[in-house]
Design a protein around this ligand. Structure first.
Ligand SMILES: Nc1ncnc2c1ncn2[C@@H]1O[C@H](COP(=O)(O)OP(=O)(O)O)[C@@H](O)[C@H]1O
Ligand SMILES: O=C(COP(=O)(O)O)[C@@H](O)CO
Length: 580
């Protein structure tokens, strides 16, 4: 239970404020997260890490000399937006490129990739590493689908040390990839975590039982057993990880860093009891534990759980792991850091410009605003239910994320309309605001969708049925190209594609936009319901496929609700006054 909070939706922002206030020796706040408040060695690669909040000390607690240069900090359990990552990377850039490091979650991948592309377009050498240490989240043959948990630390630590030692970007990248390949984790949990303001935990484990194969977002485990003794738990964790020795390692004589991580409410002394047996087992296997870590390194709010990570060393990785570092939550050796005097490089939010538009397109912009207003109302009314559906096999944040996104989109669109924007510009404002404020997978995808519709309708003509249908087709193409989901993967694509097809067919058959949309919205509704019969193949829900059978996909449901709500605005005569 998280007991201490004010307004739940303000929790992440207020947490960041308090963290910066209490750790000013190491970090300062920038738009999107934090960067070092100390002078970095000039002309070294900057490591920018990040992810959702709720995992302290990941990620901001790892910012400091010898470790990360900055951290992009998303909302609770939701990836930071591409804009946040971009802003932090710009502020952290130290002259020779930026390596972005994050756990392999759909939202993180989408947003960090978008930020990477934007930085590259600006001439910054930007690369990325998605950590994939959790052995329970996919079989070894599909290791690129695995998620990142406590192994984030080893990958970030050695990459940062390589950067500090003056390695070039290619060499830092190679170190990060090697460390990721040599890091494996496995976790368990006894109780779920409860997000601020929520009345029930994201999941529950029956009294006396233990969920096996836990992630760090309260995702349900992949198995369940009776709670073992501390020694038996150590045997389970070590036994599992010793079946997963990375290729190319002679396990009988290897050196490794073991990390016994507490996920929130399993405290240090319990962990020491477990570690006692972990140490014995590693020694019995002929392994040499080097610089072990027992403590809270990547958490999941108040979840009662623990994970074991084994980081299999070679000489170079060992030297980098042992290099000095001084971050709020990870210190070793002696580090001399000079305080930063100037704040050059910080990216302030800039006001977007509004290009000229025709009166027809301005009228279209009012329709866009009305449509977004209807989307906001329907999301607000269904947020709790969307969260409930998402919690069944995901992380329960879909309702909150959609609310944050659509509210920001309406505000940005109202601002654009008030400044005389055309339909495309209004959609662009809304797209950026949605992606930025929602974060998460759906934030990135909805931002893309609105932008594609904007591209099709332009700022010079009234958005007609053909342009809108082309925009929806563009949105589907962009989302599938970027997110790689296909029809049948149990995502919002399962609604978007039949919606697109029905809308296009209606418009090409001579129907008005409102009539064609009406039919397409009904198709979308049915398609969303039909996702209940599918097994998820993408996103957070994938490792819990069977749990999601019988429940529709949260993103598919919200999309169907929104397109139905928009229909009601299509035949109305809308003015700015009514909707702003
Ligand atoms: N690769 C993908 N392509 C399209 N949609 C996706 C993809 N991955 C996930 N989704 C959609 O995103 C929805 C979850 O959105 P959100 O709650 O923001 O996710 P998360 O918290 O997992 O980042 C899912 O229900 C699904 O419809
Ligand atoms: O949840 C996180 C990001 O992943 P999403 O896919 O946006 O849910 C985050 O907590 C880990 O970085």
């Amino acid at each position: 239970m998280t007991r201490l909070f004010n307004e739940p939706s303000a929790f992440a922002d207020e947490m960041i404020e308090g963290f910066v206030a209490s750790h000013g020796r190491w970090v300062r706040r920038v738009s999107g997260g934090v960067v070092r408040n100390t002078k970095s060695t000039p002309d070294t690669v900057a490591l920018v890490i990040g992810g959702g909040s709720g995992h302290y000390p990941a990620f901001a607690g790892l910012v400091g000399q010898g470790l990360a240069h900055g951290a992009a900090m998303g909302n609770l359990f939701a990836s930071p937006s591409a804009q946040q990552v971009y802003n932090v990377a710009r502020a952290a850039h130290n002259g020779t490129g930026v390596l972005l490091g994050y756990g392999n979650y759909a939202g993180d991948v989408l947003h960090f990739t978008q930020a990477k592309e934007k930085l590259r377009r600006e001439g910054i050498d930007c690369r990325s590493i998605a950590v994939t240490d959790d052995v329970s989240s996919a079989p070894i043959e599909e290791h690129t689908k695995r998620r990142g948990i406590a192994g984030d630390l080893t990958v970030f630590k050695v990459a940062a040390a390589a950067a500090e030692a003056g390695y070039g970007m290619d060499a830092v990248m190679e170190i990060a990839e090697r460390a990721n390949h040599r890091t494996r984790s496995f976790g368990v949990a006894f109780t779920g975590c409860t997000l601020p303001g929520a009345e029930t935990p994201l999941f529950s484990v029956p009294e006396g039982r233990m969920a096996v194969g836990m992630g760090i977002h309260g995702e349900p485990g992949i198995g369940e057993t009776d709670i073992p003794t501390a020694d038996e738990l150590a045997e389970l964790l070590v036994g599992k990880l010793l079946t997963e020795v990375p290729d190319g390692i002679e396990a009988a004589s290897a050196r490794l860093v073991p990390i016994l991580n507490g996920l929130g409410s399993v405290k240090y002394e319990e962990l020491f009891v477990v570690y006692r047996r972990v140490a014995q087992l590693l020694a019995e296997a002929g392994l040499e534990a080097v610089d072990l870590q027992v403590g809270e390194l990547v958490t999941s709010f108040d979840m009662a759980g623990t994970s074991l990570t084994l980081f299999w060393l070679d000489d170079e990785l060992e030297a980098l792991w042992n290099a000095p570092a001084d971050a709020p939550a990870f210190r070793r050796g002696a580090v001399t850091a000079e305080a930063l005097e100037e704040t050059a490089g910080e990216t302030a939010d800039v006001e977007l410009s509004v290009p000229e538009a025709t009166a027809e397109s301005q009228a279209g912009a009012c329709r866009v605003l009305a449509a977004l207003g209807a989307a906001k109302d329907v999301v607000d009314a269904n947020a709790a239910e969307l969260g409930r559906i998402d919690a069944i096999a995901g992380d329960g944040d879909h309702g909150i994320g959609m609310e944050r996104g659509v509210r920001a989109a309406v505000q940005a669109a109202a601002d654009a309309v008030g400044r005389g924007a055309g339909a495309a510009t209004t959609l662009y404002f809304a797209a950026d605001a949605w992606a930025d404020k929602a974060g998460g997978t759906s934030g990135a995808l909805w931002g893309m969708a609105l932008r594609a519709v904007g591209d099709a309708v332009g700022d010079s003509k009234a958005p007609d049925a053909g342009a809108v249908a082309a925009g929806v087709a563009g949105a589907a193409a962009a989302i599938m190209d970027f997110g790689k989901a296909k029809v049948g993967d149990k995502t919002l694509v399962d609604v978007l594609v039949p919606f697109r097809d029905a809308l296009t067919a209606g418009v090409e058959g001579g129907k008005s936009l409102a009539d064609a949309w009406d039919v397409a919205a009904t198709t979308a509704q049915q398609a969303a319901e039909d996702t209940a019969n599918l097994l998820p193949l993408m996103g957070r829900a994938r490792p819990h496929a069977e749990k999601s059978l019988g429940t529709p996909d949260a993103g598919a449901v919200s999309m169907a609700l929104i397109v139905r709500a928009i229909h009601n605005t299509l035949s109305q005569n809308t003015t700015i006054k009514e909707n702003a």
